[in-house]
Design a protein around this ligand. Structure first.
Ligand code: FMN
Length: 317
């Protein structure tokens, strides 16, 4: 029997996507499946912790998908892969910039055409628009999106807004002010990602990746809050409008760009504290009155893997 080969392509800045994807591929390697792990790296790395203005001023390019030049991406298995896993973090409701660069490259086109792909995203809490743009890009490249796994921070949104921002600009994940929880994913969430790898081992043994149906159903692969998804969509439109404007007024590092993003930040904070909670509340009310509509919207956004849990015990090892 020919040994199957799997490619894990990933970018991770603060390590969460790396840890999650490591957990997913561990059972594959234990089962003797050859996994090539390729780190997508920009030629000039992004700083961590982020200087506050630098963190803000990349937002127009993130929204527009204008990524950095990448280090050469070496792909040991060329077009030998039975399955490709693409793991990325969200930056400004979009895929992190190095991933945008990779998906726009001729290499991605050559690699992904006709290939079954599983996407894995880690985010604070908003990944839907980023995934929609990745799914769209994969479809344009001729890839077949089989599954999607999404991991978000377990704490409430307003708390993670504070803890994530503090982590990003100070590098401190723990010891948050006012007794707030640690930023990021819980260790248990990461450890439990092993279930996806176990299910993939079984699916690959039965050649299921060639059939086109999702391989990770019933494993709580991703969950969407429909009210949050609507807020995200509205937020993305506002980001999009401002990103066009800010790209025009000056390049990254210029005084004009920095003043522009600071002005937008003031508007954004006002929106986050006023319009966002009010619209979230209204949406929740509307969805409570029409639960069928909310369920249908949720199910559509959770495709292809869904949030069912019927196979959780089978792969909880
Ligand atoms: C520049 C930047 C922008 C971010 N924007 C978002 C966002 O729009 N939505 C979100 O849910 N998380 C956002 N985050 C949080 C990251 O997506 C999250 O912490 C992710 O797990 C980091 O992955 P990594 O540790 O693999 O780098 C952002 C983080 C950074 C650094």
């Amino acid at each position: 029997m020919v040994q199957k080969r799997v490619l894990l392509l990933r970018y991770s800045q603060t390590g969460q996507t790396r840890e999650v994807s490591d957990r997913i591929i561990a059972p594959l390697r234990q089962a003797g499946i050859h996994v090539d792990c390729v780190e997508i790296q920009p030629r000039q790395t992004y700083p961590f912790p982020w200087p506050f203005l630098r963190f803000l001023e990349i937002f127009p390019e993130a929204i527009q998908g204008i990524g950095p030049t990448l280090d050469t991406v070496e792909l040991p298995g060329a077009d030998d892969y039975a399955l490709v896993i693409l793991a990325y973090p969200v930056w400004y409701l979009s895929p992190a910039l190095p991933i945008a660069s990779f998906l726009n490259s001729p290499q991605a086109q050559a690699l992904l055409i006709g290939k079954p792909v599983i996407t894995v995203v880690t985010a604070r809490n908003m990944w839907v628009t980023a995934q929609q743009s990745v799914a769209q890009k994969l479809s344009t490249l001729g890839a077949r999106l089989l599954d999607h796994i999404a991991l978000v921070d377990p704490a409430p949104a307003l708390i993670t807004f504070i803890t994530t921002l503090r982590w990003i600009v100070s590098g401190k994940r723990q010891q948050q002010p006012l007794g707030l929880p640690d930023a990021g994913l819980a260790a248990e969430q990461i450890a439990q990602c092993r279930r996806f790898g176990l299910a993939l081992v079984q699916a690959l043994a039965m050649d299921q990746e060639q059939k086109g149906a999702a391989l990770l159903r019933g494993l709580e692969a991703c969950r969407v809050d429909p009210a949050m998804a609507v807020s995200e969509k509205i937020g993305f439109r506002s980001f999009y409008f401002w990103s066009l404007l800010l790209c025009r007024i000056g390049p990254q590092g210029s005084v004009a760009r920095r003043l522009g993003v600071l002005m937008y930040l003031c508007i954004l904070i006002t929106l986050i504290c006023t319009v966002v909670p009010i619209t979230m509340l209204l949406r929740k009310l509307v969805f409570a009155l029409s639960p069928k509509r909310a369920k249908a919207m949720q199910a559509a956004l959770e495709l292809p893997s869904g949030n069912g849990s019927e196979r959780m015990t089978e792969f909880a090892r």
